[in-house]
Design a protein around this ligand. Structure first.
Ligand SMILES: [Zn+2]
Length: 230
């Protein structure tokens, strides 16, 4: 390489690394903490996945933003590997569809806010919707995802209820019953099956009470592998 080109090359390399460093920087304490713990940002790893953190908007059961500066989804690296697989499976079965994430890694401090908001519910009911912060949620380990599917235009598919619908119609274990009595449409039922089939095939575990929630690891396994996100 001739000298002027060599200098120019070095200059460009230096400048681009500066720009890259600047783009990576964040002042959000939640994000800083998660990156330090090795969690990865979903959008950076899997750009075709859509992210709309509901707790970072007022469109949630508390009707207020409780995530503050945290506006994007973070997950453990091993969870991202499974999510990548889910995305590939979805492209095979329904090309052009998107995974739409509503919640991912959730700092423990915010788990307390969610828990305290539901203080009017009986303890057994409360635990169905929000894990007790003293026991930690799998979201607190960056190992659970709340999500739905969206069509080619990015429109969320009909799943029969909204995200965080606190009622039996959201229970996967009662879907067949609701399909039979007409409370759940056949379309919504099929959409739920597609979401669940895709996630389970990719190594995620569904739960009984929320069609949108999937665990990449059991609570015991997550506790063994990862630290809580503070
Ligand atoms: Zn969840």
């Amino acid at each position: 390489m001739k000298k002027p080109f060599h200098t120019l090359f070095l200059f460009l390399l230096f400048f681009s690394s500066l720009l890259y460093g600047w783009a990576q920087k964040t002042t959000c304490s939640h994000e800083v903490a998660m990156r330090e713990q090795g969690l990865l940002e979903v959008k950076k790893e899997l750009p075709s996945i859509l992210v709309e953190l509901k707790y970072a908007t007022s469109d949630n059961f508390m009707k207020k933003n409780v995530y503050g500066c945290l506006t994007t989804a973070y997950l453990q690296k091993q969870v991202i590997v499974k999510l990548k697989k889910a995305n590939e499976l979805l492209q095979q079965s329904n090309q052009g569809y998107h995974i739409l994430i509503y919640d991912a890694a959730r700092p423990l401090s915010i788990q307390w806010v969610l828990w305290n908001t539901l203080s009017d519910l009986a303890p057994i009911e409360r635990k169905k919707y929000v894990a007790d912060p003293k026991e930690h949620s799998i979201h607190n380990y960056g190992s659970a995802i709340d999500l739905t599917l969206a069509d080619e235009k990015g429109q969320a598919l009909d799943m029969g209820t909204k995200y965080d619908f606190f009622g039996e119609l959201a229970y996967p274990k009662l879907e067949k019953q609701f399909l039979k009595n007409g409370q759940l449409s056949s379309k919504a039922y099929q959409n739920r099956l597609l979401l669940r089939k895709t996630m389970v095939k990719a190594g995620f575990m569904p739960i009984d009470f929320e069609w949108w929630h999937f665990n990449a690891f059991s609570r015991k396994e997550a506790k063994k592998r990862f630290a809580v996100v503070r």
